[in-house]
Design a protein around this ligand. Sequence first.
Ligand code: SF4
Length: 352
Amino acid sequence: MLDYFKILAIKYNLSLDKVISIALNRYGIIIKDCNENRLRFNLNLLNNKKDNFYAVCVNTFKKSPFLLEDNSLYLDGIKIGYAHNITKDNCLATYFRNNKKAITFNSNSRSKCVGCKFCGTYSLKDDDNLDFSNKENIIAYFTKLLIENNISSMKKIESITICTGCFKDEDELIKHLLLVNNACKEMGFIGRINYIGSQLRDYSKIKKLANEIKNFGIYLTIEKFLDREKYMKKEKASLTLPKAKELLEYCSSIGITTTFLYILGLEDLKTIEYYFNYFKDSINKFPIVQVFQDYTPMQERYRCIEAKDIEYYLKARKIIANIFKDRNMELNSWECFRSIHFKDTKVVNNER
Ligand code: SF4
């Protein structure tokens, strides 16, 4: 496998550690005598001094070529990395990204949200059962979080991204977004508030929301282009692709930062090429493309035939980079823990 990854790295003009990192996310790892199904850790790959963060599935894909033993990572028996800070992957109420300048806020118990076939959050330990239904609780929580992390003020936080379980309806969600905005503003927060989801649909309500939240981002969870109703819960699948396109266009037109999330591994490359082109001009921020992971062994059956092989992810990377090559879009690698490694800030024209 290592030789194959080396060939792919040369063929697709990507460093070997990035090819390995895509494979790690696709295959997960094997750990002997381990009952956990997911772990988080920092990993120094191939003698790199700089480590990277991973959250991967454990023992869910039996044919994975990666074995973790005594902190060492082996690929088909060859030691290729060193893992540290290994912890169980639980479902937290918040976590940081980008050197603690960005907060992901799971304020409505994502661990209780079920219904999408490719999702596995419900299978994680639920450490996200906190009450964020009033301003006082939100302020108290963030005050403690900043102290515990030696962050002097909310002004240091550049973005808060709400990525959480579905709300009862759109109005409940809007109420919550405004609550978070007010609480954080009161604490001096001046960054961007992003919403990851697909429950905002009504244009006049979105407009009002964008007037209140000055720096607002909508990251639409498209996730999959075809057979959406078979794979996703009703609330999400009810947003058809033409409606999603129109919604993204509207949000972009009123100055909202607009993008979409896509799970890579569920459908073939032709479909990917067609629909990334379809959405290309509707967004103003580069899409977030995540490698599909098997939270449970059964989920491997949702991976399309082409996506069984690592080359699929590299071909998809090339296709998507090409589609967006002329657009100078914001792209932050830290926004995706299971990425296919597009280049930061903008996708440059020499992507192959
Ligand atoms: S909406 Fe779907 S993908 Fe999102 S947390 Fe709920 S089940 Fe998972």
